[in-house]
Design a protein around this ligand. Structure first.
Ligand code: AGP
Length: 612
């Protein structure tokens, strides 16, 4: 959730830390802070509630702080409200140690009581301050920050990525990781830590991903890694191959709009690199045909939009494989004593690859003996590393909190997995396979066509942006797509919205429909178009304002009932949500724009959810 950056080099640290934090701000943005140690062994800590711009103003863009080594943090509050005091870095009582932390220390109350009994006085309400004071407590024993850190790590329970500086050692800082992302970047005469590579990509592409239990000691010229037993270890370096511009807005007003527009290319890259001679080829999968045939049941486990991809996947995979597919919210799966065993395939979906709920569900399923196949966007992320098999979505970095291109690439990959398995199992007839493939090859082009004409969507957004309650209704794949459309709208525009299976409305929820309630009627699922239309008529009869979504083929039919219709090209039924979701993303974007919302950084949210 929070973003961490650290720097040891020869240039002024503060501007570099601020720049890194700007790129990490999507991970949390309720407060920010930096701590820099100067050659005279003074720790300067500056922090501020609110956006990073507040902090930047406070320290004059970093110019008012000298020193060539420091750490920074951008926060998504867990313990204690977002304010200056609770912002990181936290400074120990003796003023010698400053700490930034991402994660949650679960036994912080017990540790705080222990420290209080030793005379420590706490300034903040955070769990992180406990780590800081505990470090100071052990540091006071023998003035060795490294051994103090290990003593602390043996006592804390929970998740952490930590960056630690100590006034007495101005040439180095420490980092530690457990269940929260952290990487080390190797530069020329400078080394870094960061929660994610976007923070440091302009300085280096040479990185090492830290694993749970590991500690790093970082100076301008060296990085030493240690395992949980304090033994030195060698780590494998990775080279980041994407372009810096991928993490810039590139002329768009918001990352979200840029990422919506990037979808055709992202889908092309994700799908076409795995198609040869009109066949799906997963060279990146370890599982073989015998394994696929042996699978008794498939689970799809994920959170948020990635879960919504799973809902589409349930419909499509059951259709293509004729095997039971259960889609589960990761946060529920973990505690549900799931009926998973060695015969189950668990497909884990995550853009960030760091979502804690999803990670915990993965570990649970793995412990029960299931094979874990993950669909992940961030290369080298924790979920990718802990899975037996990984299929990467080649969406590039996604910065806007509201996912768009990651959703689309996950969707296309899951459908391709269905084709691949269906072919092996013989449950997807050749003709059907070929017809999906033909449309898959046309998908990016059709997306481009859709994105080149968005004037109607903008107009509908200006017609409806003042509504306070919205229902997305549809059947089958339209219902699954509505879940995503509804989430997009609520997360960036703060309008209350719900997705409902059209046929279910009459069992209760239709009582909420009154004059002026906005209903977004999704009518792209051809097999149930007529049934969906009868539900549209029902809500209209109760006074709803209806905005519809239809394919070019059934536009005329939809127009007989609904005046305002967003249109998408026709494609194969199983792929239709890949096109249908695009106008829903754009509608949410323009509604949020008209409501003056902070689109890329919606309130209370963060891009990577690394707390339970
Ligand atoms: C979607 O717009 C949200 N940002 C959120 O629901 C997200 O999909 C969810 O937190 C899961 O994240 P992941 O894909 O990185 O695991």
């Amino acid at each position: 959730m929070c973003g961490i950056v650290g720097y040891a080099g020869r240039e002024a640290a503060a501007p570099i830390l601020l720049d890194g934090l700007e790129r990490l701000e999507y991970r949390g943005y309720d407060s920010a802070g930096i701590a820099v140690v100067s050659g005279s062994r003074a720790l300067q800590v500056k922090k501020s509630k609110g956006r990073l711009s507040e902090l930047s103003r406070l320290v004059d863009g970093g110019k008012s702080i000298d020193g060539v080594l420091g750490i920074g943090h951008t926060r998504w509050a867990t313990h204690g409200e977002p304010n200056d005091v609770n912002a990181h870095p936290h400074l120990s009582q003796d003023g010698k140690i400053a700490v930034v932390h991402n994660g949650i220390i679960e036994n912080y109350v017990e540790l705080r009581d222990f420290l209080c009994s030793k005379g420590y006085v706490f300034q903040s309400e955070t769990d992180t301050e406990v780590v800081t004071q505990l470090l100071a407590y052990y540091y006071a024993e023998d003035n060795d920050a490294f051994s103090a850190l290990y003593k602390v790590l043996h006592r804390v329970e929970g998740a952490y990525a930590l960056g630690i500086i100590c006034a007495d050692c101005p040439e180095k800082f420490l980092a530690a990781r457990k269940d929260a992302p952290l990487l080390v970047g190797f530069g020329e005469g400078a080394n870094f830590i960061a929660s994610d590579v976007t923070a440091i990509i302009k300085h280096t592409r040479d990185v090492v991903y830290m694993e749970d239990g590991e500690v790093a000691v970082i100076t301008a010229d060296s990085v030493d890694f240690f395992d949980a037993m304090e033994e030195p270890i060698e780590k494998e370096h990775k080279t980041i191959d994407w372009d810096v511009s991928a993490a810039e807005k590139g002329g768009y007003a918001h990352f979200m709009l840029k990422e919506i527009m990037e979808q055709p290319e992202a889908v092309r890259k994700t799908a076409f690199s795995r198609i040869r001679d009109n066949r799906v080829c997963f060279d990146d999968l370890k599982i073989d045909e015998a394994y696929v045939k042996s699978v008794s049941k498939i689970y799809i486990v994920a959170c948020g939009s990635s879960y919504h991809v799973g809902v589409v996947g349930k419909y499509n995979l059951e259709r293509m494989l004729r095997k039971p597919v259960e889609v589960c919210l990761a946060s529920e799966f973990r505690y549900s004593n799931p009926l998973v065993d060695e015969s189950c395939l668990v497909i884990v979906i995550s853009q960030s690859g760091e979502t804690l709920d999803t990670m915990a569900a993965l570990r649970e399923a793995k412990a029960l003996g299931a094979h874990i196949l993950s669909i992940v966007n961030v290369v080298g992320s924790s979920i990718a590393r802990e899975s037996h098999d990984v299929l990467y979505t080649w969406a590039g970095p996604e910065i806007a909190v509201a996912t768009t291109k990651a959703y689309s690439t996950q969707l296309v990959l899951l459908n391709m997995l269905g084709m691949y398995f269906g072919d092996i199992l013989g449950t997807l007839p050749g003709e059907e396979y070929e017809s999906i493939m033909a449309e898959l090859l046309l998908l990016p082009e059709k997306m481009e066509r859709l994105l080149s004409n968005i004037e109607d969507i903008k107009r509908f957004a200006s017609d409806y942006f003042n509504h306070n309650s919205v229902f997305f209704i549809g059947r089958n794949l339209d219902y699954a797509m509505g879940l995503e459309g509804s989430l997009k709208l609520k997360e960036i525009s703060y309008i209350h919205s719900e997705a409902y299976a059209s046929g279910e409305l009459k069992h209760g929820t239709i009582s909420l429909i009154e004059n002026g309630t906005l209903v977004v009627a999704l009518g792209t699922y051809a097999p149930l178009f007529d049934k969906a239309m009868s539900n549209v008529v029902e809500v209209k009869a109760r006074g709803a304002d209806v905005l519809a979504l239809a394919t070019e083929k059934n536009l005329a039919e939809m127009k007989k009932t609904v005046e305002n219709v967003m249109v998408v090209p026709e494609t194969h039924t199983v792929l239709q949500p890949s096109l249908g979701v695009v106008p829903l993303q754009l509608f949410s974007y323009y509604v949020a724009l008209l409501r003056g919302c902070d689109i890329d950084k919606p309130r209370n949210l963060a891009k990577s959810v690394t707390v339970e």
